[in-house]
Every structure is written in structure tokens, then in C-alpha cells.
Design a protein around this ligand. Structure first.
Ligand code: PBE
Length: 277
């Protein structure tokens, strides 16, 4: 019957990401309930393995249901269908904010003012994400440098040096600790700013952490900045817990969305409602 057929099609399995991501929380608390998917298996793993599983399935045209979000380079590499959410269970969409430890803007007003004015559009962001992904792990900086060559003048626009001339300034050699989540927009913006700050004579350090540990580190002042706070919805639990110990530096991207997606060769799956059929 139909049900059996669908079961065979997807194995009733959703390929998830990090268990502590906001998206996995909403998937388990809201999507599963609203769309009656309690008998589905939600595999939590890492974004990297979700993406390699997507790549494998896509190449062999096998059915797969993935946990994705927009903006993401996967949408320019693969032809995907974002499953419609007629019940609005994913929420209305967040803006992406830069969040710093309390006091950072006072300690480092120059960097804080650059970060406050930071903006990116989808085309530039997904292009940078794609170049970093293609370069491979450990080659992020090379990819950023290559990308910056395609966008001349951007560093001066993003980190203007008043009076021009000496780009090093009085903060030469100052450490800036950038923490990032294992998510593509976080990786891209963190390595981009590592590059810009180095160019300006700072000594930025980057470190990847999962959401719980990174928000804790920021709240304790052990980390300076992170670029991938999805607010007001996706990271609400972390903001509720740590918000009064953090500074919201500014939004750099919007709108965003969370979604389950399937390759578009899965022609009869267009909506979350279609998973149950
Ligand atoms: N994400 C990417 C994150 C926010 C950025 C959607 C995987 C999350 O779910 O927490």
C-alpha cells in the first residue's frame, strides 16, 4: 500500500544535524508533533555527515530527507525542494546576529564598530561558503583569500581605517577570540573576519564549539565574539539562559528559514504533509 511504499522510499528517516542545534530542538518539539512523524527516526549527527550523506544520495538519486536551512550553499549545488510548512511550525524566520561577551564593545570599540556595520547578502555568503567547502578542511583561509580577491575593496569597506595609511593602528597585536559553530555561515563569516582582523594587525584566534559550550564561554568572557546567533527563535533557549551576560552587536543577515528538504527528483514530496502519506 501507499504507506508501505513511502516507508521504503525514505526508510522513515530524517538525516539531522548536531543534537544541540536550535533546529533539531524545533524538529523534535514542533515538526514531529504538528505533522504526525512520531514513528520517524531522527538521526542526529553532525552537519558535515548530513552533507556528505546528502551528496552520496544525490549522486545515486536515492531518496533522502535532510535538515537544512537558508541561506546554504547546498541550494546552489543541488536541486532541492524545501518542504512546505503549511502549519508554520518552523516559526517566522530569524535574523542572524553577531553576539559578543558583555564588555567587548567597551574593550574594543574599533572592532565592535566594524562588526556592528557588517552585512552580507545571500549571493556573497553562499559563494564564500561554497569556496570554503570546495577547498576542504584546513584550507579555509586560502579560500577566504581567494574570495576576497574576487571582491576587491571589501576589506576597506568592512573595516575602514580612519585617516587611511597605517592599517595596524594602536590595537596592533591585540587578541580577538572568535568562536564558531560547525555551520557553514558561521565558518564562512568567522574565517572572513579572522582574515580581515589579521590584515588590520590584530591576532585573532578561531575555535569551533557546539552551541552549549560556545554560549557558556561567551557568557563567562572566555570568548569574545560569535557570528551565528539565530534570533529571536532558533537560539531562544540560549538567549533566555545567557542573554544578560551577552551583547547583541547587530544583525548581519536576514531573512532566514529552517526546513526539511529533499532532492527535487523526489517529485511527489513537496510539503511536510507529504511525508505521512
Ligand atoms: N542552524 C544554522 C543553527 C543556526 C544556524 C540552523 C543549523 C541551529 O539550528 O541552531
Amino acid at each position: 500500500d501507499d504507506l508501505k511504499a513511502n516507508e521504503d522510499k525514505f526508510g522513515k528517516k530524517i538525516i539531522g544535524i548536531e543534537a544541540s542545534s536550535g533546529e533539531m530542538g524545533i524538529l523534535k518539539d514542533k515538526i514531529v508533533k504538528e505533522y504526525g512523524l512520531s514513528d520517524w527516526k531522527i538521526v542526529s549527527s553532525s552537519t558535515a555527515s548530513m552533507l556528505s550523506e546528502l551528496d552520496r544520495s544525490y549522486k545515486s538519486k536515492k531518496p533522502i530527507v535532510t535538515t537544512l536551512w537558508s541561506p546554504h550553499w547546498a541550494y546552489s549545488k543541488y536541486d532541492m525542494t524545501k518542504l512546505k510548512d503549511p502549519k508554520g511550525a518552523w516559526g517566522k524566520g530569524d535574523k542572524i546576529h553577531t553576539v559578543a561577551r558583555k564588555g567587548f564593545s567597551n574593550d574594543d570599540p574599533r572592532v565592535a564598530s566594524w562588526l556592528k556595520n557588517f552585512k552580507m547578502n545571500e549571493k556573497d555568503l553562499t559563494e564564500l561558503e561554497g569556496m570554503i567547502t570546495d577547498a576542504g578542511k584546513g584550507k579555509e583561509q586560502d579560500a577566504v583569500k581567494k574570495w576576497l580577491k574576487k571582491h576587491p575593496g571589501l576589506v576597506d569597506k568592512m573595516a575602514p581605517v580612519s585617516g587611511g595609511g597605517n592599517a595596524k593602528g594602536k590595537d596592533a597585536g591585540k587578541a580577538v577570540n572568535l568562536g564558531y559553530f560547525p555551520w557553514d555561515e558561521a565558518i564562512a563569516t568567522t574565517y572572513l573576519w579572522e582574515n580581515i582582523l589579521e590584515d588590520r594587525g590584530y591576532k585573532p584566534k578561531v575555535q569551533q564549539l557546539d552551541p552549549g559550550p560556545l554560549y557558556t564561554a561567551l557568557s563567562k568572557g572566555d570568548m569574545d565574539v560569535q557570528f551565528d546567533a539565530w534570533l529571536p527563535t532558533t537560539h531562544k533557549q540560549y538567549m533566555d539562559k545567557y542573554g544578560d551576560k551577552l551583547t547583541d552587536v547587530g544583525k548581519w543577515y536576514g531573512p532566514t528559514s529552517l526546513e526539511l528538504s529533499v532532492p527535487s527528483y523526489m517529485k511527489d514530496v513537496k510539503s511536510l504533509d507529504d511525508l505521512k502519506k
